[in-house]
Ligand binder design. Structure first.
Ligand SMILES: C[S+](C)CC[C@H](N)C(=O)O
Ligand SMILES: N[C@@H](CCS)C(=O)O
Ligand SMILES: [Zn+2]
Length: 327
């Protein structure tokens, strides 16, 4: 590695993609479209146990659609979550490793198939190991409230994230994707872990938002980003799984507060009912809206753009087509 910066691989991908790379779309959503039943505390991580082939298939579908970054199936895959289902710790760790390996295998297979073909517009994708927030593990919708209760402090959050982080990094992803972080405390915990574990692959840290202005906890993004700006271990910051109509102004807020790469991959606009465990209709973007807005988000300064829950490979195809258009 020498003196190469931690984020060299990510910077190189963004450069090759013409200044703005494409992240994949809703992973759990596409599992469900294929019939997976994930109404379960493990949510999409249930497929790591029940149907790993489907995981690889979904990764392939997002690659075909033009994703430059694959986010792994580990969002709600945690050691305590698996252990609570009677899975021994060693096997639980293997499931986490498997989430990275399935994405790497899909990426390699897809790239081997296209790299020597003429006039394709694909880049060799990077694999980002998903690290869902503590709220995702709680499976009570608290990744959208940021309310973890009085017993959760910095040390508890670091304890929760540490071993999974180590196992995922050892499985060899290109990046780490911290997803739906709802408050400043968890952002701080993730950052301290990256430093303490001396992680040498780039990370992005993405927040959720339910009002389009602040983090779900009510803390301002300015105070959250001031914490993250202190570390070079965090290559990119942004928003995931928030409604798409919040994104433009949030990019502007982030631009004022950080020099880091900005990553946005909103959901379709539907809202998650954490009790009923289903998506409720709301003001939504369709694929054409994503296509139109992806250009605006890029022009506002985002360098990584994709979709989250309730977006599909056809959404990513629309985003990829418009962002990779030659002028
Ligand atoms: C991004 S949310 C829709 C994931 C599922 C949630 N953590 C739950 O288990 O209810
Ligand atoms: N990477 C996860 C994020 C859920 S908010 C998924 O797409 O299912
Ligand atoms: Zn989502």
């Amino acid at each position: 590695m020498g003196f190469e910066s931690i984020s060299a691989k990510l910077d190189d991908l963004i450069h090759k993609a013409g200044g703005c790379a494409v992240v994949d779309g809703g992973f759990a959503t596409q599992l469900e479209i294929h019939g997976a039943s994930i109404n379960d505390p493990l949510w999409s991580a249930l497929c790591l146990i029940k149907d790993p082939h489907l995981i690889k298939q979904v990764h392939m579908e997002y690659l075909e659609a033009g994703a430059d970054v694959l986010v792994t199936s580990s969002y709600q895959a945690t050691l305590p979550g698996f252990v609570s289902r009677g899975i021994p710790v060693k096997e639980a760790e293997q499931l986490l490793e498997q989430s990275v390996k399935l994405a790497v295998q899909a990426r390699n297979k897809f790239w081997d198939g296209v790299k020597n073909t003429t006039s394709h517009s694909y880049n060799r994708a990077l694999v980002a190991a998903s690290i869902g927030s503590y709220g995702a593990y709680l499976a009570d919708g608290s990744e959208y409230s940021g309310n973890y209760g009085p017993d959760v402090n910095l040390e508890k959050l670091k304890d929760f994230h540490r071993r999974r982080l180590q196992v995922l990094v050892n499985a060899g992803p290109d990046l780490l994707a911290f997803e739906t972080i709802p408050n400043k405390l968890e952002a701080q915990a993730c950052l301290e872990l990256l430093e303490e574990e001396n992680i040498n692959i780039p990370s992005w840290i993405c927040f959720s938002s339910v009002d389009g202005v602040n983090a779900p906890s009510g803390e301002s993004f300015q105070e959250c980003l001031e914490v993250l700006n202190k570390s070079d271990k965090v290559a990119a910051v942004g928003i995931n799984c928030a409604p798409p109509h919040f994104v433009q102004s949030l990019i502007q807020t982030f631009k004022k507060t950080t020099d880091k790469v900005i990553v946005v991959y909103p959901n379709s606009g539907e809202t998650w009912d954490g009790i009923a465990k289903k998506w409720m209709p709301s003001k939504c973007f369709d694929d054409d809206n994503f296509e139109a807005y992806a250009v605006r988000w890029r022009d506002a300064g985002a360098k990584l753009i994709g979709g989250c829950c309730r977006t599909t490979p056809s959404t990513i195809q629309s985003i990829s087509r418009v962002l990779k258009e030659k002028h």
